[in-house]
Design a protein around this ligand. Structure first.
Ligand SMILES: [Zn+2]
Ligand SMILES: [Zn+2]
Length: 280
């Protein structure tokens, strides 16, 4: 991750973190835990190379660029390329977006249902590249593939079930291949052969696991793209975190049934107010 303080030529002698739990030792001393984000790791080791070093702590006001994304107008007066880079970095919510992408938010069925229907997801699948050959059937410059169900045999019953949001994109040829007996194995072997250039034997379980992973990737990607568009942004970096929180609350997916958080912590934080000029 780029360090915007470095770009601006600002020397930092403090580091931001989050105050966590503390305990009181027998002599009354407070032993406090502080979380330092991975991106500040190097700076931490630079400032505190040794144990037992003296330290001072102070609360950080919310909305400081060190802890949150913020708006271009909020940053210091710099000129030229450095300023452009800083504006780009500070004016976006790249860190939040990265955390959101890595979180389990877009793997939650209740979030999928809030974003769109199974039919809409299947329609999206039809315009994605085939997961086996990476291409598909083109018509007038548009990709037309098939939304193929990742078939599963329900526990014990022995019947094939087709749960919602469980399709992947396959071209006609590969869908036919996949529907034959041991079709999943054949399809996965074809994918590996095309990708690695040599024939490899795979087990049915490996093939099923691969289809399962591709199916989760597909629905996650659809949810990611669709919600971003619904929030009116071209990139997740532009999504003002309180807008996502508002959406999640309105669709009752901001918390789990037991009250846990569904999104990364930062999406529940307070952010600097959106300047009037970029208000939508
Ligand atoms: Zn294909
Ligand atoms: Zn099918």
């Amino acid at each position: 991750m780029t360090d915007y303080y470095q770009i601006l030529g600002v020397e930092r002698d403090a580091i931001a973190g989050t105050r966590k739990a503390f305990k009181e030792l027998v002599d009354g001393t407070l032993r406090v835990q502080i979380d330092i984000e991975p991106r500040n790791k190097a700076q931490f080791h630079k400032l505190f190379p040794e144990i037992d070093m003296p330290i001072a702590i102070a609360p950080l006001k919310t909305g400081q660029p060190e802890t949150k994304g913020s708006w271009p107008g909020d940053i210091l007066h710099t000129e030229g390329k450095a300023a452009d880079q800083a504006v780009e970095l500070l004016g976006s919510f790249g860190d939040e977006a990265r955390q959101l992408r890595q979180s389990s938010f877009f793997r939650r069925p209740e979030v999928w249902a809030a974003i769109g229907t199974d039919a809409e997801f299947q329609e999206w699948c039809r315009h994605q590249k085939c997961i086996v050959c990476g291409d598909g059937d083109w018509l007038d410059g548009e990709l037309y593939n098939q939304a193929a169900h990742v078939r599963r045999v329900s526990e014990g019953a022995g019947t094939s079930i087709k749960p919602a949001y469980s399709t992947v994109s396959l071209c006609t040829t590969d869908h036919i291949l996949e529907q034959h007996q041991h079709g999943e194995t054949a399809a996965y072997r074809k994918y590996l052969t095309m990708k690695l250039g040599n024939e490899r034997q795979v087990t049915l379980q490996e093939a099923k696991d691969w289809f399962d992973r591709r199916r989760i990737e597909a629905v996650q990607q659809w949810a990611w793209e669709t919600l971003k568009a619904e929030l009116g942004c071209e990139s997740w970096k532009q999504v003002y975190p309180p807008d996502l929180l508002k959406w999640a609350e309105a669709h009752k997916v901001a918390a789990t049934a037991s009250g846990g958080l569904t999104m990364p912590r930062r999406y529940y934080d307070t952010y600097p107010e959106r300047p009037a000029r970029i208000e939508s």
